[in-house]
Design a protein around this ligand. Structure first.
Ligand code: GLN
Length: 559
């Protein structure tokens, strides 16, 4: 089947959940047996998201091939089976970079290089390339195209920045025809004393000004639109009434595919694109929501990081922890703790009622000492501990200082050129000046030690996980760690790099240099998160059983 393209734009305000909408449409189409690919077009001039501040831009999602991309790619992978690569996130910066390189190479044969046609043509080529499916190694260059390629355009209609992308998708319909392209527009119904449709009318008006008539409107609304409001929207926007969909607020983001399906959005898409499939197989999503909404108990997890005021910065990690809860039919209460404010004096009171402690990834020195004191409590009080990337690095510093007798142990990220840096840059990285795209990035193999806890959790000894970091464990200190009782449970097979650590004399103490959260999905929770939540729950039961009845707590959620 020739690939069909669904373009998703957004209007009125940003942050309406276009990424979740795109991912949910992907899930619905896959449930009908179609193959999907998804891409995000980002209007900013940065070449990729790698150099962007997590406070401003949220998490940087790393693809199998090591691209540092927008967090929406995380939603796409969590909801679908698509394996995304650097081809699936394109920024204005990348487009201009390519066009200017081509111009310098003389590829335009003396033509005046302009937005139309050169920039727009480059965008169109990029969109077509995103339709190609990747295999798990992301190396396939001859892979077939997906049946459907869903393309989300970042930003809000009306911004100057996104105009070239909108022009490109307008032309795309002109080039490929109506039955191969579909325009979905996400807008906001503003509720005052009544439902206000004017902003939606204006936003669609803006799109139509540039030649795009949306086929489907998804209206974010706190309650179901009345027939009167729907017909008003339809009349003013020229979108048929049955293509005006309620984008309702739901308890879990994973309910969105079902919420769309109940309104027959997938049927409408099939009709527009003239595709015939059997009925969708949505039972796994139904079971997932059933499970999510009916946990048999709760578990309290301390989530220790530096960007905790900005939850988007840890999008995949938040989700992976919830997936671990779903796997155990438990509600995970995440207690976000800013490591900058943790000290030896206050750490115990903050962690004493926690069932598990997770120390998050991060960059820079700020907050690292707080992470170290938290890890010491988790280690000595036998609280299940999970350290990811910087979290693992700090677990090694803690162990070095407090167990292995390397009193001044630190990391090169905190104390450059210090002789007792147990974590540092590798010699070949010294002097590297560029910050963009210079980390150890993307999927790499780790070989796990037979008989280790982590090998038991994965139930195999060869795994592939995604990396994003600059610093490594310094191998000259490893014998001291091992003598003091630390297990080095995972290695890079060729480069002799430490990838995972654990403590055998502890109920659950695991650190990994990679980011397992990037591969966790609600329908396929990552084993490390399922196991961590399971161990934390076991700890909770022991803890509560040990307490006198009067002191047993039922904690409140702040997840
Ligand atoms: N800042 C650390 C490094 O660059 C850890 C990075 C991370 O946690 N992703 O190695």
């Amino acid at each position: 089947m020739q690939t069909k393209y669904i373009f998703i734009t957004g209007g009125v305000v940003s942050g309406l959940g276009k990424g979740i909408a795109a991912a949910s449409i992907g899930a619905l189409l896959e449930s009908r047996g179609l193959t999907v690919s998804l891409m995000k077009l980002d209007p900013y001039i940065n070449v990729d998201a790698g150099t962007m501040n997590p406070f401003q831009h949220g998490e940087v999602f790393v693809t199998v091939d090591g691209a540092e991309t927008d967090l929406d790619l995380g939603h796409y992978e969590r909801y679908t089976n698509a394996v995304l690569t650097r081809r699936h996130n394109c920024t204005t910066g990348q487009i201009y970079d390519t066009v200017i390189r081509k111009e310098r190479a003389g590829d335009y044969l003396g033509a005046t290089v302009q937005i139309i046609p050169h920039v727009i043509d480059e965008i169109k080529v990029t969109i077509s390339e995103a339709a190609r499916l990747s295999d798990n190694n992301a190396k396939a260059t001859t892979a077939p195209n997906a049946d459907i390629c869903i393309v989300e355009i970042g930003g809000t209609v009306g911004d100057i920045e996104s105009l070239p992308f909108l022009e490109a998708i307008r032309q795309f319909r002109h080039d490929h025809g109506k039955e191969h392209t579909l325009f979905v527009h996400l807008t906001l119904i503003v509720q005052t004393s009544e439902m206000k449709t004017k902003p939606t009318q204006h936003s669609v008006g803006k799109l139509r000004e540039i030649g795009i008539q949306p086929d489907i409107l998804i209206c974010r609304t706190p309650e179901i639109l009345s027939d009167k409001v729907r017909s008003k929207i339809s009349m003013f926007t020229n979108v048929p009434e049955n293509s005006v969909v309620n984008g309702l607020n739901v308890e879990s983001v994973y309910e969105v595919p079902l919420m769309f399906h109940q309104q027959e959005l997938d049927n409408a898409i099939m009709t527009y694109l003239q595709i015939w499939t059997g009925s969708p197989k949505l039972q796994p999503w139904v079971d997932l929501i059933e499970n999510y909404k009916n946990p048999h108990d709760v578990v309290d997890i301390a989530f220790i990081g530096k960007y905790v005021a900005h939850r988007d910065s840890y999008e995949s990690l938040n989700e992976a922890l919830l997936h671990g809860g779903i796997a155990n039919r438990l509600k995970v209460n995440l207690h976000y703790i800013d490591s900058e404010f943790l000290t030896k004096r206050n750490v115990f009171e903050q962690l004493e009622l926690m069932d598990g402690v997770l120390v998050a990834p991060g960059f820079g020195e700020r907050g690292t000492e707080g992470k170290i004191v938290a890890i010491e409590i988790a280690r000595t009080k036998q609280i299940p501990f999970f350290g990811i990337c910087l979290g693992m690095q700090m677990a090694i510093v803690e162990f070095a200082r407090n167990v292995a007798g390397i009193e001044d142990a630190s990391s090169g990220e905190c104390r450059p050129d210090h002789p007792e840096n147990v974590i540092d840059l590798m010699p070949e990285q010294e002097g590297q000046k560029e910050t963009g795209g210079t980390m150890r990035l993307g999927s790499q193999t780790t070989v796990l030690k037979k008989g280790s806890k982590i090998a038991e959790v994965y139930n195999k000894t060869k795994i592939s996980e995604r990396h994003r970091h600059r610093y490594e464990v310094m191998n000259n200190f490893v014998p001291k760690f091992v003598d003091a009782g630390l297990t080095i449970s995972g290695h890079h097979p060729e480069r002799d790099l430490v990838e995972t650590i654990e403590l055998s004399e502890h109920p659950w103490f695991i650190g990994c240099q990679y980011h397992p959260e990037l591969q966790s999905k609600p329908l396929k929770p990552h084993p490390l998160f399922s196991s961590f939540i399971e161990a934390s729950y076991a700890n909770r039961q022991t803890r509560l059983n040990l307490l006198p009845k009067s002191k047993k707590t039922t904690s409140t959620s702040n997840a």
